[in-house]
Design a protein around this ligand. Structure first.
Ligand code: ES4
Ligand code: ZN
Length: 330
């Protein structure tokens, strides 16, 4: 109980969060109604009952359906502000959030509409509560590299608002090597790079993320633990793993929270962080993720502090801001 209270009080950062994955059913139905869009599921309860996944793709099918009610700038603003209001109540001090522009461009929602809504909410939350943020545009890996290049073109007028680029969606069958050229173009523009790797995909995909995409960090990375040489490489390069415990459980990346590898990652000296991924779909926000770890894995106080510290040092905040946050920790 005291460990849970400690985790709730700790200053936290969120480094792996899909804004479309924060879409709570109640808000989804409200925005659907306001936009006169029909949802496949007729009630909040019916929708929630469908949140039972055996693999990543089961979730993604619902995730793309859910986001399809987002049409206007106010929709993106309201979604983002609801998320920030929630994390503010959980002592989250900094967020680095993904959005999936192609998931909206495919429905003719302009890039500008999406990013303006999201960005204005981030700016307002910083003014109101001091929550700082980075924005990461993610490419959908089930689509072509050409589509990613077109998305990058759309993003060019807004690069002042974009800090990094990610790679998400269906991992198996879509290795990082498919996107070598577009990530090179992103790097040339001075953008940070991250990629989902080793969530369902094999260690080879993590190797590719490192060697071909040249990632600055790795989202998930669970399956890197299968390869000792890879573990050594991640340590040598001081790469971060943005780990998502409740996501891993819901998507059957782990069979039981008691088996979650985050303590093993820390034991190996890896820079693991705790994140909520798609909290509206996976059963909880940051504090819920910590609570699950505390209740199921026997994680201790030192490990909790290490995770909070990693969240700060592994973020893309500037060094001075990091040091200010770290000071508050001891
Ligand atoms: C995602 Cl958990 C996860 N994995 C891959 N792609 C995603 N998009 C949103 N959540
Ligand atoms: Zn993710």
């Amino acid at each position: 109980k005291t460990l849970v209270a400690l985790a709730q009080k700790m200053p936290k950062t969120e480094l792996h969060l899909h804004i479309e994955g924060t879409f709570e059913p109640e808000q989804m139905f409200a925005i659907a109604q306001r936009n006169q869009v029909e949802l496949t599921y007729k009630t909040v309860d019916e929708l929630k009952a469908a949140y039972q996944f055996t693999q990543l793709q089961d979730f993604l099918n619902l995730y793309y359906q859910g986001m399809s009610v987002l049409l206007h700038e106010a929709d993106f603003y309201d979604l983002t502000m609801a998320y920030l209001t929630k994390v503010h109540s959980e002592n989250v001090v900094h967020v680095e959030i993904f959005f999936d522009p192609q998931g909206h461009l495919s429905r003719d929602v302009p890039f500008e509409v999406q990013i303006t809504g999201i960005y204005n909410a981030l700016r307002d939350a910083e003014k109101k509560w001091g929550i700082t943020s980075k924005l990461i545009m993610s490419f959908l890996r089930h689509l072509s590299e050409e589509s990613a290049f077109e998305t990058l073109e759309q993003a060019k007028p807004f690069l002042k608002w974009i800090d990094g680029v990610g790679l998400d969606s269906s991992e198996l069958g879509h290795p990082p090597e498919k996107f070598i050229n577009v990530f090179q173009a992103c790097r040339d523009l001075g953008l940070k790079i991250t990629a989902h790797a080793g969530e369902e995909g094999p260690p080879e995909y993590v190797w590719q993320a490192i060697n071909l995409i040249k990632v600055d960090r790795i989202d998930h990375g669970n399956r890197a633990l299968e390869d000792e040489t890879l573990i050594a490489e991640i340590k040598k390069r001081d790469l971060t793993l943005t780990v998502c415990p409740l996501s891993n459980l819901k998507l059957c990346v782990v069979t039981d929270m008691k088996q979650h590898p985050i303590r093993a990652m820390l034991e190996l000296g890896l820079n693991a962080t705790v994140n909520s991924d798609d909290p509206a779909y996976f059963g909880g926000y940051m504090n819920d993720n910590y609570t699950a770890l505390i209740e199921k894995t026997g994680i201790n106080k030192e490990e909790l502090f290490q995770l909070s510290k990693n969240g700060i040092t592994c973020s893309w905040m500037d060094q001075i801001t990091k040091e200010a946050h770290l000071k508050r920790l001891d």
